[in-house]
Design a protein around this ligand. Structure first.
Ligand code: BGC
Length: 740
């Protein structure tokens, strides 16, 4: 029988209520074992995300509560899917009830945010994108998939594919950066790997989220409104979702915000016309958490009943956490406002994915020994280290790095250097702080014999200056200072927008203070977003800046390998660093104005900050240097059906082996609508020995050089184009070609 036949046969046996149950996704509920202690998960999680309580404290409180698996609802077929159930024993219980005790034995989806690893944490998505390394993306995804799958998870709420051009937005840390092409490549690999079935049945259904344009939240403020032209939607925000759909993604999550006036949750144009009819998506749409009922708050539904109706009719198949579908859909069918066919269609989509992902035929079996052997294995940690070191970006280096033989005494300063929780980064609920390697530990582990490492807290992310003097004194004894600054985990991620992109508290003051004391200083940044760190770039006392984002469980080891030169940094930025938050959104592929910024007054710029970004998209240093030579085009006149074939030679002109990310951009010089000054069309990460040169070839079909015209139709216009091949979005060799 085909999946569709199995779905149809099953639907025939189901009651209306059971079908609606498949559209209902909810978490567990809490009851308390201690008298007088009221469980309040939402507030606790919120407090943890704001740094008010630690994860350990949250765990302690949760331990005092009993998690109710909604057993009766599962048994009655009223809950088709769990959201964020992590405990493997409980997953075993919940999934067993569905299979063995419900009338039809329909299995449940267990959906979890597997964002950057499961138990073994890996680099955050933003960090991972900075590797520009699709093999690394695949490895991270594979390990996360296996750890989650053995633990009973069968669905992940990832990859997040929101193009992010605004560092004020806290969720930029969950994104693959600002470029649609790179994000699409990464998303495609993640979807393929999460969903690839391994021999023992290991696979997760993936979710492309948040549909759509959530990254463009107005002012970088989370959940905020988005008003956007269709061209912008199609050219910038849709492509990664198209790539995910083409790769067969099972689910799409609609976003919280309103897009052009209609909340994505009930946006029929978005969820039906664009997603299903244009992209050809055949999976199901899940709302974001409680987003169905939030349509009432948006003011586009009178009450939750209407919100349920409008969401379902718009194309939203599953309700995450609002409990509105389960409460109102039956009545809406009985009153004739929704037809039963609508319910069948949505339930059919969910069931089809349950069949496709093996929930019926290859159910997960609970095997504590297998979990123990799999999660956090030596092998997985090694993979996390290897992927981790590929993601850090060297932003500045006057030669102080890698740490040379003459350095015998190293002082590490900064609370973040030794803070396990902060180093894990946001979205690491399934990880454990105890597993986390700190920067202090990593540096001690990798320090060559005879090199002394001292740690002094000195400063944190707040205003407390009481540790300054001790640190400054300790610096006098050191040959090198490694200062770790940035953001705590809760300062990026969901609901963590910031209006000011400077280092918080007294961090900059401390860093400039120590840098002025004639001890070479290296700044290691731990953060989730680009920061306004122009003062550090300018200060000659700061010899190097390493952007390490959050590199996962092996963070400290990865940083140590880079600082001691055992690994030559190879990451490049996938997001622009503005000089000041007031310049956001700042991104490389912007349209040209009629008056591009320059020294002349009447041009597009701010009076009080440099025109150019602090660090552009695609930028990143290495311990070696590369030269670009000979950009050659196979043909300089191309027809519409042709492919641009070009080659560029890259040479390692330094003394160390290193990897270079060779980037290819194009620009349409004159078109009927304004085109970006550059658009990424290809990239390759290559490794070169000292003195070695390689010729890198790129192929870009002319059909990929088009745009959406004034009537929002995609087309390629004949004319002159420019191709650039270089080390970042501002440099490189260039040559023109004609499209006829
Ligand atoms: C987030 C989603 C996430 C969901 C479930 C929401 O708050 O926006 O990205 O998948 O929670 O945890």
């Amino acid at each position: 029988m085909t999946i569709q036949e199995r779905v149809d046969a099953l639907l025939k046996k189901m009651t209306l209520k059971e079908k609606i149950g498949q559209l209902n996704q909810a978490g567990t509920t809490m009851t308390c074992t201690l008298p007088g202690f009221e469980p309040d998960m939402d507030t606790w999680v919120s407090e943890m995300l704001q740094g008010k309580i630690t994860k350990a404290e949250l765990d302690r409180r949760v331990a005092m509560c009993e998690e109710n698996l909604r057993e009766d609802e599962i048994r009655d077929g009223l809950l088709g899917s769990y959201v964020n159930l992590y405990d493997d024993e409980k997953i075993a219980r919940g999934t067993d009830i569905a299979r063995k005790e419900s009338r039809l034995g329909i299995p449940v989806f267990v959906g979890v945010d597997v964002i950057h690893g499961y138990r073994t944490m890996f680099p955050t998505p933003l960090a991972l994108s900075c590797s520009w390394d699709l093999d690394a993306v695949r490895r991270e995804t594979q390990v996360a998939k296996r750890e989650a799958w053995v633990s009973g998870v069968n669905w992940t709420f990832g990859p997040m594919l929101d193009i992010s051009r605004d560092a004020r937005w806290g969720r930029i840390v969950e994104s693959p950066g600002e470029d649609p092409f790179l994000a699409g490549e990464i998303g495609r690999v993640q979807v393929e790997e999460f969903q690839r079935e391994e021999e023992d049945g290991c696979r997760l259904m993936a979710t492309a989220k948040h549909f759509l344009a959530y990254g463009a939240a107005s002012g970088g403020q989370d959940y905020n409104t988005v008003d956007m032209s269709e061209r912008q939607i199609y050219e910038t925000y849709l492509p990664p979702f198209r790539a995910a759909v083409d790769a067969g993604v099972g689910a799409v999550m609609s976003a919280f915000h309103d897009l052009n006036g209609v909340p994505c949750t009930m946006n029929r144009w978005l969820l039906t016309d664009v997603l299903r009819k244009e992209l050809g998506f055949d999976g199901f749409v899940v709302s974001d958490a409680e987003a169905v009922k939030q349509c009432v708050v948006h003011g586009t539904a009178r009450d939750e009943r209407e919100a349920a109706k409008e969401s379902l009719l718009a194309g939203g198949d599953m309700d995450m956490s609002s409990l509105d579908y389960i409460q109102y859909l039956e009545d809406l069918v009985q009153s004739g406002e929704i037809s039963e066919e609508e319910i069948d269609r949505a339930a059919g989509r969910v069931l089809a994915k349950k069949f496709e992902f093996g929930l019926f035929d290859r159910p997960w079996t609970y095997d504590p020994e297998r979990i123990r052997k799999t999660v956090l294995s030596e092998e997985n940690r090694a993979a996390a280290l290897d992927v981790g070191k590929r993601c850090a970006v060297l932003l500045k280096n006057d030669g102080v790095l890698p740490i040379g033989d003459s350095v015998r005494k190293i002082l590490i300063v900064g609370a973040l250097a030794d803070d396990r929780q902060a180093l894990m980064g946001p979205w690491s609920f399934t990880g454990r702080a105890d597993d986390q390697i700190t920067i202090v530990e990593g540096m001690r582990r990798y320090a060559p014999e005879g090199v002394e490492i001292t740690y002094c807290r000195g400063f944190g992310v707040d205003e407390d200056r009481s540790g300054f003097e001790e640190a400054y004194k300790a610096a006098k004894e050191a040959d090198l200072v490694i200062a770790v600054a940035g953001e705590e985990a809760y300062m990026s991620g969901e609901a963590a927008s910031r209006a000011d992109l400077h280092l918080t508290g007294c961090q900059e003051e401390f860093l400039l203070g120590i840098a002025g004391r004639s001890v070479p200083t290296v700044v290691v940044l731990v953060n989730g977003r680009p920061l306004a760190i122009g003062a550090l770039q300018e200060h000659t006392g700061i010899g190097a800046i390493l952007e390490s984002w959050h590199l996962g469980t092996e963070f400290g080891n990865a940083v140590a390998e880079i600082l001691f030169g055992r690994y030559n940094p190879s990451g490049k930025l996938t997001v622009t660093f503005a000089n000041e938050g007031g310049q956001e959104p700042m991104y490389y592929n912007h349209p040209n104005t009629g008056r591009p910024g320059n020294d002349f007054k009447f041009t597009s710029k701010y009076q009080d900050v440099p025109i150019k970004p602090l660090y552009p998209f695609g930028y990143g240093l290495s311990y070696t240097t590369f030269a670009y030579e000979k950009l050659t085009l196979e043909k300089t006149t191309l027809k519409m059906e042709d492919t641009l074939r070009c080659r560029v030679t890259v040479k390692n002109t330094g003394k160390r082996e290193g990897e270079e990310i060779v980037q290819l951009y194009i620009r349409d010089l004159a078109a009927s609508v304004v085109r970006p000054v550059r658009e990424l069309k290809g990239f390759q990460k290559i490794s070169l020995a000292p003195g070695e040169e390689k010729t890198v070839s790129f192929e870009v079909p002319v059909t990929r050089m088009g745009f959406y015209d004034q009537t929002c139709h995609y087309r390629v216009e004949p004319g002159t184009f420019r191709v650039f091949a270089g080390p970042d979005s501002t440099k490189g060799l260039e040559q023109d070609f004609e499209v006829i």
